[in-house]
Write a protein that binds this ligand. Sequence first.
Ligand SMILES: [Zn+2]
Ligand SMILES: [Zn+2]
Length: 155
Amino acid sequence: MGGRIPPPSSFRNRDAHRLDITFRGIRSFVSTGWPGAKFARLVIGCPEIERFQAAHPGKVGERSLMHVGHRQGVVCAMPICGRLPGNFIAGLFLHEFGHLATGGGEREADRWVFDTFGIRILYETDLDLECVDDFAMARILRGVKKVGLDLRHNR
Ligand SMILES: [Zn+2]
Ligand SMILES: [Zn+2]
């Protein structure tokens, strides 16, 4: 990267870029099982999530990093998601697509992901964050290769 130390703002931009490109990858993967996914959009940053986090100190607030249903067809994601390992970003996005596809709750979202793609949403770390295993990640990467997205740097 030219040896120059980037200013803090470009770290944020890099996180946003990583989140955006991962979203596109997951969206194209999900589109293979649910064409409606194509219309989904990503918005990074959400005042509603921020309010929820402020109202729920501790784990409940801290693990609230994405949601849907706030704006139609939009997945809202907190900027910090761009710093998570790729398996977590993928798990979070897949879970949110499960909400979008079913209009249902937590179990229904994960059930849909499993029934449609055979991918189990796992809950890892102290925060019980959505995640997928390496096998699922490899499948997703193979699936998005065709559209020229490279998620391998997201590990
Ligand atoms: Zn929102
Ligand atoms: Zn959920």
